[in-house]
Write a protein that binds this ligand. Structure first.
Ligand code: HEC
Ligand code: HEC
Length: 392
């Protein structure tokens, strides 16, 4: 987490909208932004988790933290509903962007805050000579354009299944329970103990318990095959039931915990141009034994329900998955989540990544596993509504 993101996390800490979160659990239908909040004028009628993602997207596009638009965010005095000049400006920009897309691009979300702002409060207006003559930065497009001569996506997925241990072994994988440690980036304090448990075909939980003295509370993400929850204490919503793009993402990750079924999880598969990916950063600091390497990958993209878009980057050398980049939808653009995998090790004939890095709009977690048990019984309650371990 960079310092801005730490600031965001701290800004919203302790401000949990508890009644909102509670109301939502009881409600079978998603709680909508304008029901949950007091002064929503343009981002109405969307699930609260999608609404919070739009806040993350705005912050990311302008390199702002919450306090840049919400006065006193990060203190007990914050009034999220109060309008500030920047908040009014941002609201007008939401309407502007919607109209640009409607009037020029048939409503497709081709222009977003990031298109103009690129991490700046005031967009650049003139290309600089450095941009014209400097080393171009190559950023991949969200949507992969199909190009000729690339291996067919099914073949890459088959090779992946083979590299993991083969279809037969993967089909026999019914559950796993993995233990390890989680390290937050940016020094929010201390390692957490992590457990990732999954039950075929579509249940998953990730439970991170931080040491009590860090005051971080337990971070729990669960999906029971139908309903998903997130409990992140450093979040305006505290604990909430997933409903928007987050729910589609959680379902995909639960199903993809059993990679033998990958081909049936998404549709419209296509292969993109090769891309190189470096090893994920080592959050523990420099470890000479683990000098980062660069890998050539073949990106394979598929689409899921609603706006779910997933790109999987497979190592050309080993056939193994190095990165999952998935996007959910929001009224102001796609919401990215990136998961990097490395250090694959054999567990009863199946390869599991022992290092996993999660990055989403408001944080990063690096997970190092030390023990994975396959086909063990798992308490079904782990996949349900989060039960805090430490009581934090
Ligand atoms: C670029 C400015 C901007 C940034 C940065 C920003 N917001 Fe907002 N926020 C807005 C706007 C605009 C609205 C009102 C949206 C509307 O009217 O539909 C809003 C509304 C809200 C609301 C609803 C308040 C209510 O009761 O009506 C909450 C909660 C909120 N923001 C939280 C956050 C958090 C948390 C962050 C940091 C992750 C954040 N915002 C970052 C512009 C911003
Ligand atoms: C078509 C380009 C474009 C898009 C897209 C765009 N903006 Fe802007 N934005 C601007 C320009 C230009 C300014 C004015 C800068 C100035 O006043 O010098 C600005 C200013 C702002 C400001 C005031 C910044 C400050 O501190 O002065 C905010 C806040 C803002 N935009 C938020 C957003 C948000 C949120 C989105 C996405 C919903 C967005 N913008 C999309 C062009 C854009």
């Amino acid at each position: 987490m960079n310092s801005k993101l730490v600031a965001i996390a701290i800004a919203v800490a302790g401000l949990a909208v508890v009644p909102v979160a509670r109301a939502q659990q009881a409600a079978p239908k998603p709680l909508l932004s304008d029901e949950a909040f007091k002064n929503v004028q343009v981002l109405k009628g969307i699930p609260v988790d999608d609404f919070m993602q739009t806040m993350g997207l705005m912050s990311a596009a302008l390199q702002f933290d919450c306090a840049d638009c919400h006065e006193a965010a990060g203190t007990q005095k914050v009034d999220w509903a109060a309008d500030t000049p920047r908040k009014r400006r941002a609201r007008a920009m939401v309407t502007m962007v919607t109209n640009i897309n409607k009037n020029n691009f048939g409503g497709q979300q081709l222009v977003t805050c990031f298109s103009c702002h690129h991490n700046r409060d005031k967009p650049l207006t003139t290309p600089t000579m450095d941009i014209i003559y400097g080393t171009p930065q190559v950023d991949p497009d969200d949507i992969i354009a199909k190009i000729d001569g690339m291996p067919n996506p099914e073949a890459i997925l088959d090779r992946y299944i083979q590299a993991l241990g083969g279809a037969e072994r993967l089909a026999a994988l019914k559950s796993f329970d993995a233990m390890g440690t989680a390290v937050g980036f940016g020094g929010l304090g201390g390692d957490g103990a992590v457990e990732i448990a999954a039950q075929a075909p579509d249940k998953r939980a990730m439970i991170i318990v931080f040491k009590k003295e860090t005051g971080r509370g337990d971070e729990i993400r669960s999906f029971d095959g139908r309903i998903g929850w997130v409990r992140t204490p450093l979040n305006v919503l505290g604990e909430f039931q997933l409903s928007g793009g987050d729910l589609d993402g959680a379902r995909f990750d639960a199903q993809f915990s059993f990679p033998g079924q990958i081909k049936s999880l998404l549709t419209n598969w296509k292969t993109g141009p090769p891309m190189s990916i470096g090893d994920p950063p080592n959050p523990q600091g420099a470890d000479p034994a683990a000098a980062p390497q660069t890998h050539i990958t073949d990106p394979v993209q598929g689409t899921g329900p609603r706006n779910l878009l997933v790109t999987l980057y497979f190592d050309r050398q080993t056939g193994l998955l190095l990165r999952e980049l998935r996007y959910g939808g929001s009224p102001i653009g796609r919401v990215p989540t990136q998961i990097d995998y490395s250090d694959y090790r054999d567990v009863n004939g199946i390869k599991f990544p022992f290092r996993i890095t999660y990055a989403w709009l408001d944080g990063r977690n690096a997970i190092v596993l030390n023990d994975v048990k396959t086909n063990v019984p798992i308490d079904a309650r782990k996949f349900g509504r989060p039960v805090p371990v430490t009581g934090n």
